[in-house]
Unconditional design. Structure first.
Ligand SMILES: Cc1cc2nc3c(=O)[nH]c(=O)nc-3n(C[C@H](O)[C@H](O)[C@H](O)COP(=O)(O)O)c2cc1C
Ligand code: SF4
Lengths: 452, 236
């Protein structure tokens, strides 16, 4: 044993091989497989937090918060659909599959959305009767896997969303591990029970954008041109992809940024593919401007939308609506310490620990062992989500976002949230200024513009 | 539709005069009350999306060549194309039948959940891709990657199959009478049993082909891709 010395101890941190990197290397060495996980990108990227509002003062006239109305109504699908959808608020619930989530979780989301007059979306696993019943406005996804896809559900939908890609994995297909392929999920997806589902990343019946145009018109023909048709893309080459989606005949383009959530995707994909939502939104708006389709084709943005401020900034930058996945799950109780059962709160810390995580750090949707009963197909765990309680929380959450949104809009002098505009914003960082093409606060500088 | 003439419960729709949309809306809405049991579609001239989303026990004869997605998501109807078709004929078919007298381009019967698709001639690549319970019988040969990721149902090929047959198969089964240029990942040839002969015989009979079921080989999933495994590397 060496003798203790008075020499000061200095343990030098290693930025190249830090804790996270060491852990990653050791896991890779142990398993020989990439890590699969849920939720979205966790790395620091420029976000809506890097923007701020230039609310009214002497040069602009604010609206009175408690008296003057601020409209939130949002209409989607005005281009070709005979029946555009009309939402009470510009905040929609993103597509999350039954299979990834429980039928109860989808039911709670549907009820909450219905109370605020907004829509929910099916997912990579088909439409459940529960969600059709609980959701007043239901968007039906057409994905590469086509699990459970059928014309009867299509005709019962209020809008159709053709999914080309997702922000968490642009260019990747669906994944659902065996633990979640329960008999009901297997039946809906026509898969053997308990296998690890691998699904296609390309659609089975069309490839290029010319084919996509014919595919979209097939869906319209099938539904007699009644329903709005959305095209959802993962944010990579956003400008080109938005233009192609519009050229193919989309009524609505949904752009999902790199922070977008997932139920199960390779970690390398989640963190290393796609561009941040902030940059994606600016590119999408520019694309619509360049082809003169602003107002005719509606734009929905998603990927890391958390607060009313995020919604307001997205609308000011030119989105017509936003879509929310992870945050809606969190409102339901994802990553909370407790779940609610038989009228009381039950601590789930031990169950988080059992799957190697803790409340606040969980991204284990892929395991099917969700400690709070949201992302599971195990009957015992499913019981942990009290549907009434969950629906109430999601409703409260959406209501809070809406109040925050109208607060900011009124302060900017807008009687309609859709009147928020780019001029209402300033950027707090150079990166955000460059990506969002919003001047850096206190300057008129947008990096890359006007020659500098 | 002005161009429709009612004779013995047969109506004739000339697509040079009426639009595909008129035809489809008639099939979706007016057919049931009209008592019409047979529709003849003239001058399809490669148009897409003809007779998609039909949900009625009606016969539709398309006289000529047609484009993409013919009979898409069909339920109950018996659709016959007297010519060739483009991509994805009978995509997502649920029930009923679609018969193509000529050849079919790519992805015939893609993602079909039920019913029967018959291609009397050849079918191009990815025939039966992602199929989920329908039956497909091809009188001629099929192109590469046919029955890719096919989940359930039967693909019967009376001619040859090109490379990559049955790649990433789930529980669908393929029968081939001619030569197989190559199998895709996780697909394997298996011995034919009594059940297989019966299954092939029944489908050949339904499709109207007169071959000896004994001449067919069976291809099904080896099921080695059913679980994630570190040792797969990039072998497929
Ligand atoms: C649990 C979960 C399941 C999802 N399933 C689907 C799906 O089936 N289809 C799809 O297009 N997107 C799916 N997504 C992505 C969402 O639709 C949406 O694009 C994303 O969640 C938006 O980003 P956010 O989670 O940061 O709000 C899923 C996301 C989550 C969190
Ligand atoms: S708490 Fe449940 S829903 Fe949330 S990340 Fe963990 S497993 Fe997924």
């Amino acid at each position: 044993m060496s003798k203790p010395t008075d020499k000061p101890v200095y343990i030098e941190p290693n930025y190249t091989y830090g804790d996270a990197t060491l852990h990653y290397i050791q896991q890779a060495a142990e398993h020989g497989l990439y890590e699969i996980r849920g939720l979205g990108a966790k790395r620091r990227v420029p976000t809506f937090d890097d923007l701020t509002f230039l609310t009214a003062s002497a040069s602009r006239y604010p609206l009175e918060g408690y008296r003057e109305k601020c409209e939130t109504k949002t209409v989607l699908g005005t281009r070709f659909a005979k029946k555009p959808i009309e939402l009470g608020i510009p905040i929609t619930i993103a597509g999350m599959s039954f299979g990834a989530l429980t039928a109860q979780a989808k039911d709670a989301l549907g009820r909450a959305a219905g109370e605020l007059g907004t829509s929910t979306t099916t997912g990579d696993g088909g439409m459940t009767p529960e969600e059709r019943r609980s959701s007043k406005t239901l968007v039906y996804q057409c994905l590469p896997s086509r699990y459970g896809f059928n014309p009867d559900d299509l005709r019962q939908a209020d809008a159709i969303e053709l999914v080309v890609g997702q922000g968490a994995k642009p260019g990747g297909g669906g994944m659902l591990l065996g633990q979640k392929i329960s008999p009901r999920v297997a039946g809906m997806r026509t898969l053997p029970e308990g296998i690890d589902q691998r699904s296609a990343c390309r659609h089975p019946d069309w490839t290029g954008s010319d084919d996509l145009a014919i595919k979209l018109s097939e869906l319209r023909e099938l539904t007699d041109w009644q329903l709005p048709v959305y095209v959802k893309i993962g944010a990579t080459r956003v400008k080109n992809d938005v233009k192609l989606a519009v050229a193919a005949g989309a009524d609505v383009v949904v752009v999902d940024g790199m922070q977008g959530g997932t139920a199960a995707t390779q970690q390398v994909f989640i963190e290393h593919a796609g561009i941040p939502t902030l940059a994606a939104l600016r590119q999408a708006v520019e694309a619509l401007e360049e082809i003169d389709k602003v107002g005719e084709v509606q734009l929905i943005i998603s990927g890391g939308i958390r607060s009313g401020a995020d919604v307001a900034k997205a609308l000011a930058m030119g989105a017509d609506a936003v879509s929310i996945g992870q945050a809606a799950m969190m409102a339901l109780g994802c990553n909370a310490r407790h779940y609610h059962m038989n009228g009381r709160l039950v601590d789930a810390t031990d169950d988080y620990a059992a799957i190697g995580t803790a409340p606040g750090y969980c991204h284990h949707c892929h395991t099917g062992l969700c400690p709070v009963g949201i992302a599971t197909q195990t009957p015992e765990l499913e019981k942990r989500l009290d549907v009434d309680w969950g629906a109430r929380r999601v409703k409260n959450y959406l209501q809070t976002l809406t109040m925050e949104l109208t607060t900011l809009a009124r302060a900017c002098g807008k009687s309609n949230v859709h009147n928020l505009e780019r001029e209402d914003l300033a950027a707090l960082t150079i990166e955000a200024a460059a990506m969002a093409k919003i001047p850096l606060a206190g300057t008129d500088w947008i990096p890359g513009h006007n020659g500098y | 539709m002005e161009t429709i003439t009612d004779t013995d419960k047969t109506v004739r729709v000339d697509l040079d005069e009426s639009s595909v949309r008129d035809l489809n809306q008639f099939l979706h809405h007016d057919l049931a009350a009209s008592g019409v049991k047979h529709i003849e579609v003239l001058n399809p001239n490669g148009r897409h999306n003809i007779a998609v989303g039909v949900d009625a026990p009606v016969s539709v004869d398309i006289r000529g060549h047609a484009g993409y997605f013919i009979g898409g998501m069909n339920k109950q109807a018996r659709i016959t194309v007297h010519g060739n078709v483009g991509w994805s004929v009978g995509e997502n078919i649920m029930s009923g039948s679609i018969r193509v007298k000529g050849n079919a381009s790519e992805c015939a019967g893609a993602s079909g959940h039920g019913g029967l698709v018959v291609i009397e001639g050849d079918a191009s690549s990815r025939c039966g891709i992602s199929m989920k319970g329908c039956d497909i019988v091809v009188g001629g040969s099929v192109g590469h990657m046919s029955a890719f990721m096919a989940q359930l149902g039967t693909l019967v090929v009376c001619g040859d199959a090109d490379a990559g047959l049955g790649d990433s198969l789930y529980e669908a089964v393929i029968y081939v009478r001619g030569t197989i240029k190559g199998l895709g990942a996780d697909a394997r040839e298996e011995p034919m049993g009594e059940e297989d002969y019966a299954r092939v015989a029944a489908l050949l009979d339904k499709a109207g082909f007169d071959h000896d079921p004994k001449a067919f080989k069976r291809v099904a999933s080896a099921r080695t891709l059913y679980h994630w495994n570190a040792d797969h590397h990039q072998e497929y």
